[in-house]
Unconditional design. Structure first.
Length: 513
């Protein structure tokens, strides 16, 4: 059945279930042995296939029986106090315009908040009498890396927003001195030939990471914290943020706010990114062929972020299984003339319900119909790898916008890098997903290349041609992972290389694939 993980689903009032995945190997009984799953007391236990690989499963437990002493902090109303001091870059005390505590997802403020300032205004104290969500934390799992209870959010015009995760304790939490840095706002991008330029005429090279989870969860995993770490510690200047249209519109059965919280979280990421002079790629993370629901998404999302200088639109994650004609112009998916089998591609576990492909040009037109001139990114065929059709008569038109960037996703199981490099001669090229790991993916029948040779060559290629890129994935449970866990320690086989490249290390391209 593969690796087992407990997904403990805990209900937050009015917001559906939050899922906390705990490896089965972390559970030990009093003798230090793994407990018998069949003897665990639970109200409901169900086996569900994961999205990416049907051969792996998780155990979903609606209610987990724990001894009283096994609860680190019991659920219920608790009084908290968070204090600190705020200064600017010159260590001058300042008073922020907005201070709040957000929930552990970074979406909604905690209830019953009160904020007081010292006489000079630089010291703040935030009180909260809040109903904590039911978060079971057995003593043996208290030290799970990176667990937080809420975010401290401090905003002030002209300064970068402070966003810090907090592990709450009863009583008072002292955050010490917090420095608010002046904003360095992003400048609108424009495509000119094979390059991107900002509003001041400077050539821009986008380099960053892909922060996953909003494509499978409406609340995400550590989204705000990951954004801050990627921008500050990993020196990314672009964040790729995969999203899902049903979450955006609030159409999942347990969403009761019409998607407001989901959109608000994305807005917060855009704010954190743009205030630091970086960019955000809003990636509609779907597969196969685009349909009418994706046109509706872009008409709404593009209107929401129309002409925002930091936001770039990636129209469709990974097109595959269709002809170049359908890719560009759309058509009937039942026509066998337009169905293509991808070479060396992963099996598509999501069976599409789309019967008519609208085509990528329709998505470009949907964005431009809102008045949004934002640069758009479009992926090629073969799961957004092959761009040869773009150079053979199937390039898209963008007469009223700031231009088009073409995207490729590059992994060790793909061959012939010239299939995407060919487009770099004429258009900006964005390697939206790139990564490797020492163990092969399930569809790799003949093993995988050693990351110690593949990663330096891939990064050397990116640097040689100054290709825009976001490493995949800035999430410890989404592969190939760059993170060991939520302490943000890089994996030795991929994350290490990405962090070094983003910090300025030069890699040598020794061999093309």
């Amino acid at each position: 059945m593969g690796k087992r993980t407990f997904a403990v689903q805990l209900l937050e009032t009015g917001r559906g279930f939050s899922t906390f995945k705990i490896p089965f190997s972390a559970f030990l009984d009093q003798d230090g042995l793994h407990p018998d799953i069949s003897r665990l007391r639970s109200m409901k236990m169900v086996l569900l296939p994961q999205r990416r690989d049907s051969r792996e499963h998780v155990l979903v437990i609606r209610k987990l029986s724990l001894l009283r002493e096994g609860i680190a902090m019991k659920p219920g109303k608790r009084t908290f106090a968070v204090k600190g001091a705020i200064v600017d870059d010159h260590n001058t005390p300042i008073q922020a315009q907005a201070i709040t505590l957000l929930d552990s997802h970074g979406i909604y403020p905690l209830k019953n908040l009160s904020v007081t300032f010292s006489e000079g205004g630089e010291f703040f104290l935030v009180h909260s009498v809040a109903q904590l969500p039911y978060r079971a934390e057995p003593e043996r799992l208290e030290h799970i890396p990176g667990s937080i209870d809420c975010y401290l959010w401090i905003a002030m015009d002209g300064f970068q927003t402070v966003c810090k995760g907090i592990k709450l304790k009863e009583g008072e939490t002292n955050m010490g001195k917090l420095t608010l840095h002046r904003t360095t706002m992003s400048s609108t991008l424009r495509q000119v030939g094979p390059d991107l330029y900002d509003g001041e005429g400077n050539k821009v090279w986008l380099q960053g990471v892909c922060i996953d989870s909003l494509e499978w969860s409406a609340t995400g995993d550590h989204i705000l914290e990951s954004t801050m770490v990627a921008l500050s510690d990993w020196h990314a200047n672009v964040i790729r943020l995969p999203v899902k249209e049903t979450f955006w519109f609030g159409r999942e059965k347990w969403q009761h706010d019409g998607g407001k919280g989901y959109r608000q979280l994305i807005d917060r990421v855009v704010r954190l990114t743009s205030e630091r002079g970086a960019y955000l790629v809003l990636d509609l993370h779907r597969f196969g062929a685009p349909g009418e629901e994706h046109v509706r998404f872009w008409k709404d999302a593009a209107a929401h972020f129309a002409n925002h200088p930091a936001v770039i639109f990636e129209l469709f994650n990974e097109p595959h299984g269709i002809s170049w004609e359908l890719w560009r112009d759309g058509g009937d998916l039942s026509d066998p003339r337009h169905r293509h089998k991808d070479e060396n591609a992963a099996e598509n576990n999501e069976q599409s319900k789309i019967r008519y492909c609208v085509g990528m040009q329709a998505l470009v037109n949907a964005v431009r119909s809102t008045g949004a001139k934002n640069v758009v990114i479009v992926g090629g065929l073969d799961w957004s790898y092959d761009l040869r059709g773009v150079m053979n008569g199937y390039a898209l038109n963008d007469d009223s916008g700031n231009g088009i960037v073409y995207s490729s996703h590059v992994y060790p199981w793909k061959s012939d890098w010239n299939r995407f490099l060919v487009a770099a001669k004429k258009y900006p090229l964005f390697i939206g997903e790139v990564g490797c790991q020492p163990t092969p993916m399930p569809w790799q029948k003949h093993g995988t290349e050693d990351p110690e040779t593949w990663a330096p060559d891939m990064l050397g290629l990116i640097q040689k041609y100054r290709l825009h890129w976001t490493g995949f994935s800035f999430h410890p449970k989404c592969g190939p992972p760059m993170l060991k866990d939520w302490t943000y320690e890089p994996t030795p086989y991929w994350g290490r290389f990405v962090k070094e490249a983003l910090s300025g290390k030069i890699f040598e391209l020794k061999r093309l694939r």
